[in-house]
Design a protein around this ligand. Sequence first.
Ligand code: SF4
Length: 174
Amino acid sequence: MKNDKPLVGISRCLLGDAVRYDGGSKANQVVLEELSQYFEFIPVCPEVEAGLSVPRPAVQLTGSISKPKVTGRDQPSLDVSDIMQAYCHSKPAQLKLLHGFIFKSRSPSCGLNSTPVFIDGEMVTETGRGVFAKKLCEVYPQLAVIEDTQLENKELLNEFIRAVKIARLKHQQA
Ligand code: SF4
């Protein structure tokens, strides 16, 4: 694939697409007004691509920080762990050309360092990682990554832009 701009994956709701569990979006102004000038975005919504509907029951990470299940927030008997894991296993192979990824914070699928995990109904951490973000970072440890809440921080934003450019250079030289 030949592109003028670096290829950056992004949690699709941040582009303003109505794919969230509640049927809404999370349009991000830094993404839409600033970063869209520099990057070509590849939108990804793990929950929708795994086959979940819009709207859908809210899910959360439960049972373990290192190997959590993905279960219903209001319906604990709902367990979508297997379909999410199957998706997370297969999807990264389609994303090998990416130079970076912008994740939606706090999501059980997309959160980078901000997702709550619950054990026996108690929140045991607020800095967990969503199942898709975790798998993608494991498969591509050199990928430049950031989550939406960090985009407001100019220093972190500039660091991310630099890291994406470096990743792109490395791809070109490979
Ligand atoms: S946070 Fe991720 S899984 Fe949730 S709606 Fe956005 S893109 Fe989809």
